[in-house]
Ligand binder design. Sequence first.
Ligand code: HEC
Length: 216
Amino acid sequence: MRAFAALLLGCTLSMAALPVSARVVGIELPADVSVLRASPLPGYTVAQQKCGICHSADYVNFQPPGMDLEQWTAEMNKMQHSYGAALDELELRLVAAYLAVTYGTAQATDPQVLALSVEARKASEEKVLMAKGASIDVPALLNANACLCHAIDQKLVGPAFKEVAAAYRGETDAQAKVVTSIRQGVVGQWGPVPMPAMSTLSDAQLNALAEFVLKQ
Ligand code: HEC
């Protein structure tokens, strides 16, 4: 501190000795440290999305170097538990691994880090499948939503799914029409008994059901 004060004083003195015009010098700013360091690890993307909400990346950049995976995981636990950072369990571990590799002592080739990347890839593939409706359990949906007023190939209270599929065959927007029928309910199209609206189903579930019916 004393050395710093002396330096400052020296600086001021030498500047005072210069003519005014000579004091206008270019100012070189330090390199921008307030962004997170880029990385191919999946935790980098998560950190970009989730960490800037409350504070700048300086909080990370100014942590002491040399922290290992365990220490970074403890930091991220603190972010989640004490400060309410919106991270799920996998995201928390992904960010910790990214930070430990990029700012600390972990290596991208550590088995724990590699395993996490595999887990992240699987989780994101599952999300894509869910979005497509491919992993929706259609029989369970049929059971849970009174869809069993219909049978596949014979008329019960409602028309057979095969009849419905046949009626829509060749229509270009069959899928959208059947989704609407299931969501809003129908009456009069097939007989006097109305089909109730299934308004609590998600778009993905409605699409999966419509696809199932039209396939019969
Ligand atoms: C909901 C708000 C919030 C979010 C989101 C958040 N933090 Fe923080 N973080 C804080 C607060 C508040 C502090 C300051 C605590 C203090 O001053 O002691 C902090 C401090 C820190 C510190 C310094 C901790 C220390 O011990 O000095 C680091 C490192 C950090 N955050 C990293 C992150 C990372 C990485 C993320 C993204 C996963 C993140 N934070 C997301 C609120 C948040």
